[in-house]
Ligand binder design. Structure first.
Ligand code: CA
Ligand code: CA
Length: 293
């Protein structure tokens, strides 16, 4: 009877540990101090080059490290999402007396860094400083956009893009070089109502008031709304609608005369373009916005 009770206890322990009972040996050698992992933390976002273009899925990779040692690596994703990289960092519960279940496991609050490897060369994104961002909670998500390029003036915009905008505007460098303070992210150099940062992200000129993204109603038909918008070749566009300015849903539209209907489409021309979208039923007011990637 004593042996039976002992085996029942062992069976309970084995089941609690999520293992199959194959014998007493399993119970003895099972590493009881190796606690289960916590759910991974997800970092995701957009990786852009110094002129605002999303990096293509051409083999470039995002590598996360802790203390100089890699803890995760992923390739750039193809278009079609609201991000072009997504990495799940393994996490450990870090309970007292335990050891990590894998050497690359991280914990909440730990600092990590990231580099982007393009054709074998690693670049440190502008957003990554010497300490790097902290890891959030298990199962949590952190959006971390990564921008390539130099940023000597520390404003978050790649200097190469800022200089290109000034050059386009006819500004010349002084004795101390280019005055990049003229192009601040929150500023609007050309006064077209679109911030310099948004012009960088959308690919328009920050120093040309004729170059900016807009969305307006061109024609209102019984069953269709025709929008007029500004597109750039190769950029993708999505029109979203809302009835309360809080919850937005993508509208399936046709961009240009030849395209099919889809929630997001890549422009085949630069300039004004028409987009045909189904008109919603009912008298409720509807708001629309344009997303550019
Ligand atoms: Ca800068
Ligand atoms: Ca502007």
């Amino acid at each position: 009877m004593e042996v039976l009770i002992q085996r029942l206890i062992q069976l309970s322990v084995a089941l609690l540990a999520g293992r199959c009972l194959t014998g007493i040996t399993v119970l003895i050698t099972m590493p009881l101090w190796a606690l289960p992992p916590a759910p991974p933390h997800t970092f995701f976002g957009d990786v852009r080059d110094e002129f605002g273009q999303l990096l293509p899925a051409d083999g470039s990779r995002v590598v996360f490290s802790r203390g100089g040692r890699p803890v995760g690596e992923v390739g750039i994703l193809p278009a079609g999402r609201d991000h072009n990289y997504r990495i799940l960092l393994p996490m450990d519960m870090r309970l007292t007396g335990s050891v990590d279940y894998v050497a690359t496991a991280v914990a909440s609050g730990e600092l990590v860094t990231a580099v982007v490897a393009v054709r074998g060369v690693s670049y440190q994104p502008i957003e990554i400083n010497s300490t790097g961002p902290p890891v959030g909670s298990p199962a949590g998500k952190t959006r971390l956009n990564l921008t390539l390029g130099e940023d000597e003036d520390g404003d978050g915009l790649p200097d190469a893009w800022e200089i290109a905008q000034l050059f386009y505007a006819g500004v010349t460098p002084g004795a101390d070089g280019w005055d990049m303070s003229l192009i601040r992210p929150e500023g609007d150099y050309d006064g077209d109502g679109v911030s310099n940062r948004d012009e960088y992200l959308s690919g328009t000129y920050a120093t040309d008031s004729r170059s900016y993204h807009f969305l307006e109603i061109a024609t209102l038909r019984t069953e269709e709304i025709e929008f007029r918008l500004y597109t750039l070749l190769g950029k993708s566009y999505a029109i979203e609608s809302s009835s309360d300015f809080r919850n937005w849903t993508a509208v399936t539209c046709r961009l240009g005369a030849d395209g099919g209907f889809a929630p997001s489409q890549t422009a085949t021309q630069t300039g004004e373009t028409l987009a045909a979208c189904p008109r919603p039923e009912g008298p409720a007011p509807r708001f629309y916005r344009l997303l550019v990637r």
